[in-house]
Design a protein around this ligand. Structure first.
Ligand code: DGJ
Length: 695
């Protein structure tokens, strides 16, 4: 049992790590330890006791409280802030009791309660022992009769071993330029990473890692992510007493929640872990967890899809799509996805969203004819939808203008000519469930791409049952309800989450979607760095990657295929314009991908040389049994003469012989890893090398 209760508090042990906290002499719940697992329970340090410093600072600046609420002389960044019915804005939490649940996954609940007001705060800890991960979330309960206004509630605060000089890595971006890695030294003060757009957004990612001199293969790394598809906040604080802490949770910006009796507020879960083996190991921990535990179909190989978007935009009809489908099927594609443009009055982005039935001009007899033709070609059929949206030019909006998020006295700012439906409303949820259920029930659809193309503005909600600012959170819970219900009714469907590319990539959405569309930028050299960023927390199986015509003047088709083969391969180019040689090359690459995709989608990923830092990069995937592996090497543009770096393979069995394609002699895993190998490439050339154990 990985949860131990002792007089000093609690110790949560995973296979290699431990997390400890407990009550100090003043009865305050404080952090004790987070790092490598130690031999004995008595090895874990006792809770920090309060020390008197000076009248200017409370002791919370050096005593790391496990879940600080704003109150008293706490000037640190708190996890909880609330105002009681009598306007008192001071929360004083004391320990109440705890309980432990063994199965299915061991769970600890520690209950805290305000010393005067009827507010209960339960801290939940779920221990994913095999994955070295701890999941944390919080439940707030109002045990009285008057509402309590909650103004901040984070899911967790994580404290680093005492000291400063840590580095924080996070990701930033913008549309078409997502997942840029940024590593910076944390200095005294507060660093905030957040989203205010109702989606996590392209600008920031609900993921962090903190390290001290770590690199890809070595060094202490503490990392975490919030399973939440809306506004989030990460705060990294270094106090004046060299105490380094990271909090993660719902964003409190423009947020307030009326906590009513008998209506608990449950926060989204935060996952976190520690490894002494560098950034690569941290990523692989998250990859394994996502594949094994989060994804609805994590053990099913993803099919190679064709998507029509870049070829036909909104000009879809049975003839054009069937023509593309025939070429795709001949190349070995397994799933044909019709993107935007198929539904009522949808000829451009200015009309139709909300009216989820086939356009009578483009599909006079419904979608059945096209689906049959695609199925006859031996492929599954998939469809694009954007259910959370409405165009003012739509039957839905004309019938229900009040369903869009808006303030009655303000203009409704349109973005891409569309508004957002208020997913927090039950009637909106029911409408979307019914509309999509009808399409899925009436057609043989194996795959749905769920898009979301604009962030929120004018976030009003007139008939809100509580505080209108609950919208930011209730919207996401509404989205989860709709998607969850559709998944329950159609469990065989594979879903892809898209938000103008990578605007909604998070562990919350992966409860519903097996794949993420990571960027609208499909230019292969840019994609290399986007893929590297995404891989920090998401496994390759979730990364849908199309080969398109973007950049074709410069970047060879083979290179473009190799880049997309590093994830879940798709094709999105205009096949009508591909000549016979290009189609043949595509077909060869697809055949190769089919032979190696189990290693890429289910194996361990090693980033050997990072494309965000080097114009010559390499990534390797190793099967879980270490029997086979595949190495991708890319050179973008480097002037000659160029000294090729030695690539040190990873993840092989040191004492076992392996062959590497292109190298005559088998060598031991140790030799390929320690002595390494060189792969020479010309500018914009790439190679895929298969690696096999010699039996
Ligand atoms: C944005 C997506 O990222 C694209 O792939 C495409 O589906 C368009 N929306 C369609 O409107």
């Amino acid at each position: 049992m990985p949860i131990h209760a002792s007089p000093n508090g609690w110790v949560l042990e995973t296979r290699h790590t431990a997390y400890a906290f407990g009550l100090n002499q003043a009865g305050l719940l404080t952090h004790r330890y987070w790092g490598a697992r130690l031999p004995y329970l008595a090895d874990y340090p006792a809770p920090f006791d309060p020390v008197h410093w000076a009248s200017t600072d409370g002791f919370h600046h050096f005593v790391p409280e496990e879940y600080p609420a704003y109150g008293g002389v706490k000037y640190i960044d708190p996890c909880l802030k609330a105002t009681f019915a009598d306007e008192v804005r001071d929360v004083v939490l004391g320990y109440e009791d705890f309980s432990v649940k063994d199965s299915p996954t061991p769970e600890l609940a520690v209950r805290l309660r305000d010393s005067y007001y009827p507010l209960r705060v339960t801290l939940h800890y779920r221990v994913h022992e095999a994955y070295d991960l701890i999941e944390r979330w919080v439940t707030l309960e109002n045990l009285g009769a008057d509402p309590i206004l909650v103004e901040r509630v984070f899911s967790a605060k994580w404290t680093m071993p005492h000291g400063d000089g840590y580095s924080l890595t996070h990701m930033y971006g913008r549309w078409s330029d997502e997942f840029n890695l940024q590593r910076e030294t944390l200095t005294p003060g507060l660093k905030i990473i957040e989203s205010r757009r109702i989606i996590p957004s392209h600008r920031a990612v609900p993921w962090f890692s903190v390290d001290k001199n770590a690199d890809e293969d070595h060094g202490d790394v503490w990392f975490g992510t919030l399973a939440w598809s809306g506004n989030f906040k990460i705060t990294a604080e270094v106090t004046e007493f060299a105490s380094t802490r990271v909090s993660i949770g719902l964003n409190d910006w423009d947020f307030a929640w009326q906590l009513k009796p008998n209506e608990p507020l449950v926060t989204p879960p935060a996952f976190s872990g520690y490894t002494p083996h560098g950034f690569g190991a941290a990523s692989r921990i998250l990859h394994d967890y996502v594949r094994d535990e989060l994804l609805p179909h994590g053990r099913v190989l993803h099919k190679i899809l064709y998507n029509s978007w870049e070829a036909t935009l909104f000009n879809v009809d049975e003839t054009s799509q069937a023509h593309l489908a025939e070429i795709a099927a001949n190349m070995g594609v397994e799933l044909f996805v019709m993107d935007d443009g198929w539904f009522h009055n949808r000829n451009w982005d200015n009309a139709g969203l909300g009216d989820w039935f086939p356009d009578q001009v483009k599909f006079p007899h419904g979608l059945g004819g096209l689906i049959q033709r695609v199925n006859d070609l031996g492929m599954d059929f998939g469809l694009w939808v954007e259910p959370e949206m409405v165009n003012p030019d739509s039957d839905l909006y004309r019938a229900h203008p009040d369903w869009a998020i808006h303030f009655p006295t303000r203009a409704r700012t349109e973005s891409r000519n569309q508004l957002i439906l208020n997913m927090a409303r039950a009637d909106v949820q029911e409408y979307i469930i019914a509309a999509l259920d009808k399409i899925l029930s009436g057609n043989n659809i194996a795959f749905i791409k769920w898009d979301m193309n604009r962030p929120a503005s004018e976030p009003g909600w007139q008939d809100a049952p509580g505080d209108p600012r609950e919208l930011w959170v209730r919207y996401v819970y509404g989205l989860y309800r709709v998607w969850g219900e559709l998944r329950r009714r159609h469990p065989q469907v594979i879903w892809q989450s898209c938000s103008s590319g990578g605007g909604r990539p998070d562990f919350g959405i992966l409860q519903f979607a097996d794949q993420v569309w990571v960027s609208d930028n499909t230019e292969a050299t840019k994609r290399l760095s986007i893929q590297e960023g995404f891989s920090q927390f998401m496994p390759a199986i979730t990364m849908e990657a199309w080969v398109t015509d973007w950049g074709k003047e410069l970047v060879p088709l083979e290179f473009r295929f190799h880049v997309s083969m590093c994830g879940s391969l798709g094709v999105g180019g205009n096949l009508l314009e591909w000549d016979q040689a290009e189609r043949q090359l595509g077909s060869d690459c697809i055949q190769l991908y089919k032979a190696i995709r189990h290693i890429i989608q289910f194996g361990d990923q090693y980033r050997l040389l990072a494309p965000q830092k080097h114009a010559y990069s390499a990534v390797q995937y190793v099967s879980k049994d270490k029997g086979e592996s595949v190495l991708f090497v890319f050179r973008t543009h480097i002037p000659d003469p160029f000294n090729f770096p030695v690539l040190h393979l990873r993840g092989l069995e040191p004492g076992t012989l392996y062959t590497v394609e292109g190298f005559e002699q088998p060598r031991s895993g140790a030799a390929w890893m320690e002595a390494g190998l060189k792969v020479e490439l010309k500018n914009l050339q790439s190679k895929v090398l298969r690696i096999k154990q010699v039996s």
